[in-house]
Design a protein around this ligand. Structure first.
Ligand code: TYM
Length: 332
């Protein structure tokens, strides 16, 4: 039986952080052995917010280095750069005719960007979810490993696919977000103010590229309080986030011992953060070092980009043929 198709992408707009890693990349690494996987660098999406392309090449190479260092294997998954597959742009054009201004304007990420960059509210920003839908539908993917922040984009992708199928015939399967855990992941920033993100305050975001001492410093500064007023009371978000991180990088016994301390009202956050910092350093260091060496191996990167691009394109061409046929855009 054919394996289910999986697709996901990341924008090359900065160093990968723990949110990207635990919300998305860690799932990719596991999924590549179980599904037919496509993972890509979303360079076209980055143009909606980063029109200056001078450092794009370096950013794309770095992101590929980080993905490969995290365990993505080009023999298991197709790894490629979005702009190497022009069929995505073609499908984007068709889907744009099925996407309505009102719904695009209501998208949470669009409203956020309007606030962040009022001087550059371009049409690409408005139709960002349409391009994302094209990324997914071009491979007829059904599972999309993403963090919680992408839920709405996935819902829109399903809407566009349904409209296409309704109008032109069943061509595009409906894609759903995926996470191995019970729910999609959201890693908060270390000050507890919203999600960890690539571009906001760098001292509250831990990047895979951070040096050991910087990781320690950031974790020791993470927001805590004087402990639970009543033993076992529900944890505030920023405390829950520290426990989440600990469960992700520390041995299970360590995390459960601190959890027990919390339940008993005997938690010492200073000690917990010291432990978390050391476990985080041990977790990140090998990824950081490997990523650096891959990023500098231009020959290997060229091989990855070319090989992945070819495979992704071959599959995309098949979908575009079906799409054009369904739309009666075939004249000979
Ligand atoms: P991007 O580049 O912002 O983020 C890449 C992935 O990281 C996840 N993520 C998080 N997960 C948990 N906690 C966080 N704090 C956190 N921050 C980021 C994101 O959910 C995402 O999975 N629009 C996408 C890129 C994209 C895409 C696609 C994804 C373009 N086309 C097609 C899937 C399918 C984005 O901006 O991700």
């Amino acid at each position: 039986m054919a394996k289910e198709i999986v697709l996901s992408g990341i924008r090359p707009t900065g160093f990968l952080h723990l949110g990207n890693y635990f919300g998305a990349v860690q799932n990719y690494v596991r999924m590549q052995y179980e599904y037919d996987c496509y993972f890509f660098v979303a360079d076209l999406h980055s143009l909606t917010t980063h029109p200056d392309t001078k450092s794009l090449r370096q950013n794309v190479h770095r992101l590929l280095g980080e993905l490969l260092a995290s365990g993505l294997d080009p023999d298991q998954a197709v790894i490629y750069v979005q702009s190497d597959v022009p069929e995505i742009a073609e499908l984007y054009l068709y889907l744009n005719m099925l996407a309505y201004k009102g719904e695009l304007e209501k998208t949470v990420t669009f409203k956020d960007k309007v606030r962040q960059q009022p001087q550059n509210i371009n049409a690409g920003l408005l139709t960002y979810p349409v391009l994302q839908a094209a990324d997914i539908l071009i491979h007829r993917a059904v599972k999309v490993p993403v963090g919680k922040d992408q839920e709405q984009h996935l819902e829109m992708a399903r809407n566009f696919a349904e409209r296409f199928n309704h109008r032109y015939g069943e061509v595009l399967p409906l894609p759903y977000p995926f996470n191995y855990g019970a729910s999609l992941t959201k890693i908060l920033s270390l000050d507890g103010n919203g999600k960890m993100s690539k571009s906001e305050n760098q001292m509250v975001t831990i990047y895979l590229a951070d040096e050991d001492d910087l990781i320690r410093k950031k974790i020791m500064k993470a927001k805590t309080d004087s402990g639970p007023a009543v033993p076992g009371m529900p944890k505030p978000d920023y405390i829950e986030n520290l426990f989440t991180l600990m469960q992700l990088v520390s041995p299970a016994e360590t995390a459960s011992a601190y959890l027990q301390d919390y339940e008993n009202g005997a938690i010492r956050y200073g000690d917990m953060k010291k432990q978390l910092a050391e476990d985080m350093v041990a977790y990140i260091k090998p990824i950081r070092e490997k990523a650096k060496s891959i990023e500098n191996d231009k020959e290997y990167l060229t091989y990855i980009i070319e090989k992945g691009g070819e495979k992704a394109r071959a599959n995309a061409v098949e979908t575009i043929k079906l799409v054009r046929k369904a739309m009666h855009l075939d004249y000979v």
